[in-house]
Design a binder for this molecule. Structure first.
Ligand code: 9WN
Length: 456
């Protein structure tokens, strides 16, 4: 175990990083070899949470970062699908929908030794595995990390191949999500029209009982039952079609090319290329880089709306861009390499009072523009600020912001503000974007893990 964060020498900052580590320690489950997103709300392993968590561990515990990643990939489906939840066999009843609800045995590709959901989450994983290697300090850690790259590389390739082969039927280099939970931004107002278009009679909705509502400050902070009815109905569409992607593509009422998901995929493709390069697989590296560039270009051409100067999701069922300004649209900068016009328009949006305001006076980035009719201060992905979004937008601004002073200034602000907000409020799941007050699950792992990645 490397000493935690040698670069941080200030005692107050050291204490802050130590408290972030304590959150991860507290959420580690030895029997699963993985870390819960939050002890009170999420009792299993979640896919993109795990990748963010591995980024945190990569700075001080290579072994745990690898164990976390391996635990997730052990549950990978035989067609490459990396499930969004790996269920903890000791916590069956404490989260809905639990393992039985997904009926994954209807798919010939379901994993044989794990209970999982049947959907995915944004593919941060190659980025985390590369960081495990890059952040390994001692010779022994580097050796462990090298073994990790060798063993995880084919699994990452299968994962990305699944996305490109199964989720991009029109060969646009943009993959679709087929469930709101696949976006990671569950009840974003961006999905409202698509969800309202799903007309259901009571007998079409599988019977279900939620267990989440009593676990947060106010149940209004969680998605409503209109959302959950549609969330469970979509799961039925999947198992009724035996998780066959071609059949789902023909019959699913929810198919969206999401900016955040594709942007992370483009960036993960670059990481996969770097991993292939480290492993001496030069041809493969070229292929991964080309694929990533195609996705990055497709984001900028298909998902950018020139008049609005914003990146929007595309609804493949309604066949139109969803002109709702969500923070996921700003994450385009993380994966796409954008030209100066696109960068300037994003910077302008960040300076708009609907996001941060001209003097960056708003507390932090709301998940939805504050002038959107669907905006609220405290309801989950309908307005509250999330640390991973601040993290991805900041990275995207720095990556594209060469010479753009405003981009660099906002990037700096996002880090300082996120750290001070977490320092004052604690490692919560999400925050009121105007006051910084904490909401949702407490001791939230990715808030802690990304703090470590930022500080160390
Ligand atoms: C459904 C675990 C997950 C995050 C998501 C976040 C929330 C789950 C839920 O929690 O979603 O996957 O039950 O609300 O929206 O991004 O991965 O932290």
């Amino acid at each position: 175990l490397a000493s935690l964060c040698p670069a941080v020498t200030d005692p107050t900052q050291q204490a802050f990083v130590t408290s972030a580590k304590a959150v991860l320690d507290g959420n580690w489950v030895t029997s699963m070899n993985s870390t819960l997103p939050s002890p009170n709300l999420y009792p299993h392993q979640w896919s993109w949470d795990s990748a963010f968590i591995a980024l945190g561990y990569s700075h001080y515990d290579t072994h745990k970062a690898i164990a976390e990643t391996d635990a997730l990939f052990r549950a990978q489906w035989r067609n490459g699908l990396l499930p969004h939840i790996v269920f903890n066999p000791n916590a069956d009843e404490s989260y809905f929908p639990g393992p039985a609800f997904w009926k994954i045995h209807t798919s010939p590709a379901h994993p044989l030794n794990s209970q999982t959901s049947g959907i995915v989450q944004p593919p941060v994983h190659a980025i985390a595995s590369l960081a495990i290697y890059n952040n390994a300090k001692s010779a022994q850690q580097k050796k462990l990390a090298m073994h990790h790259l060798q063993s995880v590389y084919p699994k990452l390739v299968n994962w990305h191949n699944y996305l490109y082969n199964e989720r991009d039927p029109l060969k646009e280099n943009l993959v679709y999500i087929r469930h709101m939970w696949e976006s990671g931004m569950d009840n974003s107002p961006a999905w409202d029209d698509a969800l309202n278009a799903i007309q259901l009679t009571p007998d079409q909705i599988p019977q279900y009982t939620r267990v989440d509502k009593g676990k947060v400050g106010s149940h209004h902070e969680r998605p409503n039952s209109h959302f959950y009815d549609r969330a469970v109905y979509l799961i039925k569409v999947f198992y009724d079609n035996s998780y066959d992607e071609q059949a789902i593509f023909k019959s699913s009422p929810f198919l969206i090319q999401d900016v955040l998901f594709n942007s992370i995929l483009a960036r993960a493709g670059e990481a996969l290329a770097d991993i292939a390069h480290i492993l001496g697989k030069k041809q493969a590296a070229v292929h991964h880089r080309e694929q990533s560039a195609k996705t990055a270009a497709a984001i900028s051409s298909k998902l950018y709306h020139a008049e609005d100067g914003f990146y929007y999701d595309y609804d493949m069922v309604a066949k139109k861009l969803i002109r709702t300004k969500i923070s996921g649209g700003l994450v385009a900068l993380y994966g796409a390499k954008v030209d100066s016009t696109h960068l300037n328009s994003i910077v302008n949006h960040l300076y708009d009072p609907a996001f941060l305001g001209p003097d960056l006076s708003s507390y932090t980035i709301p998940s939805v523009a504050r002038d959107d009719p669907g905006y609220t201060n405290t309801t989950y992905w309908k307005g509250p600020a999330w640390i991973n979004i601040n993290y991805l937008v900041r990275d995207g601004l720095l990556r594209n912001g060469n010479g753009n002073e405003d981009a660099v200034k906002i990037a700096k602000f996002l880090k300082t503000r996120s750290m001070s907000m977490l320092g004052a409020a604690g490692f919560y799941e999400y925050f009121n974007p105007i006051s910084g007050s904490p909401h949702g699950g407490h001791q939230f792992s990715w808030s802690a893990a990304l703090t470590i990645d930022w500080m160390c």
